[in-house]
Design a protein around this ligand. Structure first.
Ligand code: BGP
Length: 483
């Protein structure tokens, strides 16, 4: 069965992983600016670059170095976006997911008026996208919390950040709302419990008391902020839509032993907590009890429960790269995934970075989420990070990437055929960019190659890979031709 007419095809990226120009145009420092690249890190080390200390932050901010701070330079999308957008349009994109860097608009997060140079940049970006027939799908918060807030009060740990985020969101809706109709509040909002600095601006060593409590306190503040800006968007732009965004860490029992099944059930409950709150409007009782048993108290303020219930999202988006298993055996072999360490599934292949490739898992995830919430879905990240080789004649043959997408699209279409309401798909990523967890570019995701190495050497030249032409054909056929 073909995908519905109007199904949106495109790609996804994040400001902190592509823009570069970290001090241009009045941008203030973000937490991603202090994430270093450790050239000899074992590729299977995951999330190593999310770990910071006050000393490492101070040391990072004492230098303008961009060699070992790859997110400061990205792929220079800030200056090169017209060329990149033209390449995306050549593939036939009808949607492109990007994020707005909070500190381009509010350099410390606390200014009362936005930085007009930052506003002008995004106005230019979204206007050009619309000119090319590409709908912007915009993430408000994609890992680049204001560093000033992190150092001042641990950012999202402090409830005062909600009002600052509301000011940022209101500015975005006022200045870009005529160009952007689909928004996402927080990228992988669940990830704050895995890397609190990147997702919440929390510097672990400065947290008094239990770090897990701090993570869930900050997560609650983000839930409140998400519901608040959802209400704001609907008031300002009644036809616009707000989505939540989940890391779909699809997990199977490692064996049919009831203990493995029970452990998987308990894990899945916490994996769905964020969509339960943002899409269904409340913390499920069993999740609250699980938090309580962990010694975590959710800091509800008067009005929070009513706000969360009244202002749920219009659609659910998620990232899906891999799946994993859960086992009660302490000696079970583990392998990295997307900022997680899961028990290895013996039936699946792994990428060089250890992520287990599971196309059927995408269908399982789509059906699970639609079954659970009955809201429209949007796949906003899916892709394969691999090392690509340039041939003598400057070509990049990436059959492994075509195979990954072909198998995932096949399962995605099967899920739609089973009745899932899927609105669109943006691959991660349409163009090579800086990896979130390792700050490498050598972990290449794109249909477009960027001539840069992990330390920033190269021309930055863009080259179409074989997968570029394949994806162009897939989009032209609305998914019917995956050959
Ligand atoms: C997700 C992030 C993206 C992207 C992706 C790939 O967690 O939302 O920003 O980075 O993971 O992971 P990585 O870049 O670590 O390979």
């Amino acid at each position: 069965m073909p995908l519905p007419d109007g199904f949106l095809w495109g790609g996804a990226m994040a400001a902190n992983q592509v823009e570069g120009a970290w001090r241009a145009g009045g941008r203030g420092p973000a937490v991603t600016d202090v994430q270093t690249y450790k050239p000899h890190a074992d590729p299977k080390e995951y999330a190593i670059h999310h770990v910071v200390t006050l000393d490492s932050i101070r040391e990072a901010m004492s230098t303008d170095d961009t060699t070992y701070f790859p997110k400061r330079r990205g792929i220079d999308f800030y200056h090169r976006y017209p060329e990149d957008l033209a390449l995306f349009a050549e593939m036939g994109f009808t949607v492109l997911r990007v994020s707005i860097a909070w500190t381009r608009l509010f350099p410390t997060g606390e200014e009362t008026e936005p930085n007009e140079e930052g506003v002008a940049f995004y106005l230019g970006l979204f206007t050009e996208m619309r000119r090319l027939g590409i709908e912007p799908l915009v993430t408000l918060s994609h890992y680049d919390q204001p560093l000033a807030l992190a150092l001042k009060n641990n950012c999202w740990l402090d409830r005062s950040t909600i009002a600052l985020f509301e000011r940022f969101a209101r500015t975005c809706f006022e200045r870009f709302g005529h160009l952007v109709r689909r928004w996402l509040s927080f990228n992988e909002i669940d990830s704050i419990t895995r890397h609190p600095f990147t997702s919440g601006g929390i510097v672990p060593e400065t947290v008094e008391g239990d770090l897990v409590q701090a993570e869930y306190t900050a997560l609650h503040h983000q839930f409140v902020a998400s519901a608040s800006v959802t209400r704001m968007l609907h008031e300002m732009w009644p036809d616009a839509e707000m989505g939540c965004m989940l890391t779909a860490l699809t997990t199977y029992p490692n064996t049919c032993h009831p203990d493995d099944v029970a452990a998987t059930q308990a894990k899945e409950r916490m994996l769905y907590l964020c969509t339960d709150v943002q899409a269904a409007g409340a913390y499920p009782p069993l999740a609250l009890r699980a938090l309580e048993r962990r010694g975590v108290t959710v800091p509800f303020a008067p009005g929070d429960v009513e706000l969360l219930r009244a202002h749920t999202v219009d659609f659910i988006s998620f990232s899906y790269y891999m799946s994993m298993t859960e086992s009660v055996r302490p000696d079970a072999e583990r392998t990295p995934g997307n900022t997680v360490l899961g028990v290895k599934n013996p039936y699946l292949e792994s990428s060089e970075w250890g992520w287990q490739i599971d196309p059927v898992g995408l269908r399982i995830t789509l059906i699970d989420l639609y079954d659970r919430y009955g809201k429209p879905l949007f796949i906003v990240e899916n892709g394969l990070g691999m090392r690509d080789e340039l041939t003598e004649d400057g070509r990049i043959h990436d059959p492994y990437r075509i195979d990954y997408f072909r198998r995932h699209f096949t399962e995605m279409i099967r899920a739609v055929d089973e009745g899932v309401d899927l609105r669109g798909y943006t691959s991660w990523a349409p163009i090579d960019l800086i990896s979130a967890s390792t700050s490498q570019i050598s972990k290449r995701y794109g249909f477009i190659h960027v001539d840069l190495d992990d330390l920033g050497h190269g021309t930055g030249e863009r080259r179409r890979k074989d997968s570029f032409w394949w994806y162009q054909k897939v989009i032209a056929s609305n998914g019917a031709d995956l050959g």
